[in-house]
Design a protein around this ligand. Structure first.
Ligand code: FE
Ligand code: CA
Length: 533
């Protein structure tokens, strides 16, 4: 992994960012490399929108996905434009950004001073005076300003796109569904080696180093359907474990794959590659360093305004969590646990979010900013007992393994139930689960304080699809579950109602598969009750 000790925050900010919304520079001042092929073949993306700003992303890349790189060793000047219209006649902003090799020639332009609640088009250009290369055009939008009226907003949520488990037809259908905002809730890549039985070209060996993480992202972005999904709307992104390693917790590694001598270093490499490949603002790099050092953190959690409709709280449940307890066989990572046999299960000190993020969230949940509070997080939120005989069997890597921390969040939601309806969105389990979040679990009469939509995967196979029906029966606060179908969810929000459609592709192992709606649910504002429609 690359480390640039001497490059301090100020110098890096100057190099990578200061040019963002600036004036035109003289043409002879540009870095004008001769590029052998289209450097924009990883596409464009936008994200982290606010009412007045959005991040525009691209990454210059060689056409040879996994082979030798032919990009220049130094920085490359990339020009960008943002306009009202697709033909760029009504230009709103333009400028230059430096694609530096320290960030793998990625570009993160933070366009400020935009109108709230409005769509824009953007593109990038690189090369000589005649702009030898022009990127695909992306569409993006700002969010409504806090408190301003919004008739309707459509959000899509998705997670878990394991490369060799399928094609990205789900992304193609999501583009046709025209979301205003895409929430990606984790497992953008998997660090696993290509599996036997892969439905498309295997992704390679175990991913351990910065260059290997970078190559894995490039492989994913070689898929035209994924690129189209990035180009169709702004994304809000968070990660789960596989962006680093299965089942890791904070600075504790999981137990899959080869051991590395310094897990903090591996995590930093993975985090840096994540930043390089996602439409994140530079403020996500809290240390302001280009080459992240072992143990360096990134800031992903944040509140997002949906105008008078309310807010989204986007969470990070990997970076700051305590390690899983009572994993069987004294191993690291996750397993099913009977709480009665685990002395640490109810330890109130343990957190999923870390103290600072948990404090932030519980405060934020009590600010009634509108009828809806969406909590965009990584996994199943409610309790899911998977017992097969007597005794309770809970998964220690999910919220069930962090029960007291979950209870503190549930209590915060319950306190403002009269003013705002909380809706938890999730992923990770590769199955659709829809249910009520209870004021207390394990009690006979917990009442509903929120609703939950935990989404299936884009492609990743479900391990426990055969057990879904029995699990649903054993956990009656869930009203729907399905482990057979891959896809994504659509949430239509109005001031009065929320409607969620579970969109399912026919067969994710086929590139041209169709899509249908597996089930739809409505929730009335002010009443955390699911109605199937
Ligand atoms: Fe996954
Ligand atoms: Ca895992």
């Amino acid at each position: 992994m690359q480390e640039l000790d001497g490059l301090d925050r100020r110098r890096w900010m100057q190099r990578a960012l200061a040019l963002a919304p600036g004036a035109w520079v003289a043409r002879d001042a540009w870095s004008q490399p001769v590029l052998a092929g289209d450097p924009f073949n990883l596409g464009v993306a936008s994200g982290s929108p606010t009412p007045e700003s959005v991040v525009l992303w691209t990454r210059l890349h060689d056409t040879n996905w996994l082979g030798t790189r032919r990009l220049p060793a130094g920085p490359v000047t990339v020009r960008w434009e943002l306009a009202d219209d697709e033909s760029f006649r009504k230009l709103r902003r333009k400028g230059e950004a430096q694609a530096v090799p320290e960030l793998d020639h990625s570009v993160h332009v933070e366009v400020q001073g935009l109108h709230p609640d409005r769509w824009y088009h953007y593109r990038f250009m690189v090369g000589g005076p005649r702009n030898d290369w022009v990127s695909a055009t992306g569409r993006t939008r700002t969010l409504p300003a806090p408190g301003s009226p919004v008739a309707r907003l459509r959000l899509a949520y998705a997670s878990c796109q394991r490369w060799e488990h399928g094609f990205y037809a789900a992304w193609r259908h999501l583009v046709s569904d025209q979301p205003d905002l895409v929430l990606f809730l984790g497992d953008y890549i998997y660090e696993y080696p290509g599996a036997t039985g892969a439905v498309r070209a295997p992704s390679g060996a175990w991913v351990l180093t910065l260059d290997e993480y970078r190559a894995r992202y490039a492989l994913h972005k070689s898929d035209a359907d994924l690129r189209a999904a990035h180009a169709c709307a702004p994304w809000l992104v968070t990660w789960d474990d596989h962006e680093v390693q299965n089942d890791y917790a904070g600075l504790a590694p999981g137990d899959s794959g080869p051991e590395v001598p310094d897990f903090g270093r591996r995590r930093a490499a993975a985090y840096q590659a994540y930043y390089e490949n996602m439409p994140l603002a530079a403020s996500a790099l809290t240390r302001g360093r280009v080459g992240l050092l072992a143990g360096d953190e990134m800031r992903l959690y944040r509140s997002v305004s949906l105008g008078a409709l309310g807010e989204i709280q986007l969470l990070d449940m990997r970076q700051h969590r305590d390690q899983q307890v009572c994993t069987q066989g004294g191993k690291r990572g996750s397993s099913m646990v009977d709480p009665a046999k685990c002395p640490d299960w109810h330890d109130p000190q343990r957190t999923m979010l870390g103290a600072a993020q948990e404090r932030w969230l519980t405060q934020r949940l009590q600010v009634p900013s509108g009828p809806w509070q969406l909590i965009a997080q990584q996994t199943l939120f409610g309790r899911r007992d998977s017992r097969s005989g007597s005794g309770v069997s809970l998964w220690n890597d999910g919220w069930d393994g962090y029960g007291p921390a979950r209870q503190r969040i549930v209590d915060a939601m319950a306190e403002r139930r009269d003013r705002t309806t909380h809706v938890v969105l999730g992923g990770d389990v590769h199955e659709n689960w829809v249910g009520h979040v209870l004021s207390q679990y394990g009690q006979a009469r917990g009442e509903s304080v929120a609703v939950e939509f935990c989404g299936t995967s884009i492609t990743s196979r479900a391990g426990g699809a055969a057990r879904v029906a029995t699990r649903l029966e054993a956990n009656p606060h869930y009203v729907f579950a399905d482990g057979d179908r891959r896809g994504y969810g659509l949430v239509d929000l109005t001031p009065q109602r929320l409607r969620t459609q579970l969109r399912a592709v026919g067969d994710a192992t086929l590139r041209d598969t169709g899509v249908s709606t597996l089930a739809s649910f409505e929730v009335a504002a002010g009443r955390p009750r699911l109605e199937r429609i």
